[in-house]
Write a protein that binds this ligand. Sequence first.
Ligand SMILES: NC(=O)c1ccc[n+]([C@@H]2O[C@H](COP(=O)([O-])OP(=O)(O)OC[C@H]3O[C@@H](n4cnc5c(N)ncnc54)[C@H](OP(=O)(O)O)[C@@H]3O)[C@@H](O)[C@H]2O)c1
Length: 340
Amino acid sequence: MDRIDPAKIPQRTLYTGAKMPAIGLGTFGSDHASAELVASAVRSAIAMGYRHFDCAACYGNEKEIGEVFEEAFTAGTVSREELFIASKVWNDRHGARDVIAACAETLRDLRLDYLDMYYVHWPFPNYHPPFCDVDERNPDSKPFSVERFMGVWRQMERLVDMGLVHAIGMSNMTIPKLEVVLPLVRIRPAAVEMELHPAFQQQELYDYVKAQGIEPVGFCPLGSPDRPERDKTPEDIADLQMPEIVAIAEAHHCHPVLIALKWAVQRGQTPIPFSTKEKNLYANLKCVTEDPLTDAEMQILAGCERGNRLVKGQVFLWPGASDWRELWDEDGSQQYWEQG
Ligand SMILES: NC(=O)c1ccc[n+]([C@@H]2O[C@H](COP(=O)([O-])OP(=O)(O)OC[C@H]3O[C@@H](n4cnc5c(N)ncnc54)[C@H](OP(=O)(O)O)[C@@H]3O)[C@@H](O)[C@H]2O)c1
């Protein structure tokens, strides 16, 4: 198997001083990739030079991925310190003491002593079963509450104190939510995971987190072309088919996927593309080490913004909420939050 020297992969420096490889492997197999298939992709990825892995308890594959990590450490393919491993607490583990227990389970499943990053996956305690339809609603779902979120964050901070996680992060946040919670935290988030691809650049949120010294980690960096049909809407744009991206890919003699990844890394975020195919895994890692985009191409790609959010989060809506936009504070207000 061909290998990329990990020293050639650009790195981000977290405010903690830790280094995070500027491209990682996503591990959400969704409906189409089994836990075994994703674990086997992680095995290939380690061998070819990936050093950053984006895991989550709700992806249902941490046990299988943990076996691969242990196997790699035992075989001496890589040491624990050489990997940057992230996971996330799922929405049904937001209660008092639940976050700490959930992290302990993830550590056990991944067969690790510590995580490099632990994210709050969503700022809502709203559970939905895997594979449920977008129209399904859980009557126990609740809107965002600063008090509830800070109850979760206090436990995240405790995990840092306990040495079980080296840094903590948030995910699926908005500027209004960050503006309220950042002044309340004792330990600041080192990264915020957010949807980022050419047709959804979230420039304001991106600029806000960068200005706060927080690293933006971009999910769905390729526009999640294989997401389940139920998560697609007629208005969605296929990033990889945008004429600007296709033209730049032709100029670089490569697949449009690689243009989306080069753009992401050169812009300054850390994309976490998913793949289970060795050929694609290798191309995705290699592309950020060679043949950069020109300033003119970066400008063209900046113009691809279409406001096309793919992960809308409909299943997290609470009774009384009518539109997924209520999750995202689009008018900049707190009108959809739980008050008091
Ligand atoms: N924090 C959150 O709430 C959140 C939400 C969504 C996702 N995420 C994270 O972000 C990761 C990535 O998002 P995603 O998986 O939805 O979408 P994505 O990375 O945008 O797209 C993945 C798809 O692109 C295809 N692909 C990858 N490389 C390719 C290549 N070189 N050529 C052609 N096709 C290629 C893959 O198919 P093949 O397998 O055939 O290569 C795969 O089906 C997830 O795995 C997860 O870790 C986080």
